[in-house]
Design a protein around this ligand. Sequence first.
Ligand code: G1P
Length: 303
Amino acid sequence: MPIDMAVVPVAGRGTRLLPMTKSQPKEMLPVGRKPVVQYVVEELSRCGLGRLLFVTGPGKTAIENHFDIDLELITNLRETGREELLEELAFERQDLEYFYTRQRRQLGLGHAVLCAKPVVGREPFVVALGDSIIGINAESKVVRVMVEQFESSGADVVIAFEQVPRDEVVHYGIAKPRQKADIFDLDDLIEKPDVAEAPSTLAVAARYVFSPLIFDYLEKTEPGKGGEIQLTDAIRAMIHEGHKALGVCLPAGERRFDIGNFESYFQSFTEFALADPDYGPALQEFLVDWLAKHGTNRAEKYR
Ligand code: G1P
């Protein structure tokens, strides 16, 4: 049976984005016109996934509401002659099944994925982190490539990677690849290494495909970096015990937009807004004028 299930962990508190995330989930932050998690769902749907399991936590009900069909709103738009806005709600009607479970204690990403076990059972599945968009407007098909690789190679794990500047390796799971290629065997994976210890600059790009074996390893994984049960540590143990793991690099021109910190969030919002067919051109003009008038030092004034 082809892989049909995607697990979307959305339980993290988003503390790096406070105060913005005090009472709203970081996955609901707007990037351009849509909240982050809507891009994630649209990407997964385009890649052929039909069942989505969100692993949620405290304060995350806005995500569930967002994917419900809101009949009252639809009726109101019809009755007030604003039918053109119905197009904006088309995502509600995608042919997808939604499931929700809760991570009842904040024990880390590995633990969040383990919370999916009773629903997923013994079938392979995708994991897509709910705070990262792949490709501008989530146009990436990398998950489809990863699923094909998973099915044809007999690997137990396939992970998406992207090159990051060396000083950023401290924020990500970092690959030790066996070959220098776009699709490579993974020799090891280190969670947020120091710059000096990083075996490469290939960072986990928020998309994974797993065989159900990952659950057996997660159950045995002790808390690691930051006192959390790390997904990376379970993958690492699988590799060390001889299970095959593959890395798939994001294709040239595609990148991950990480909505987990302000620097990357601000950049992502700006890029998506600039790519907007209606509002992008005017925004670009505004920015060019603004920079010409104020130079690049304006931000200094507000420090
Ligand atoms: C998690 C993973 C890390 C990965 C990152 C982005 O970290 O633990 O390996 O590189 O997501 O995909 P977090 O951002 O939750 O700290």
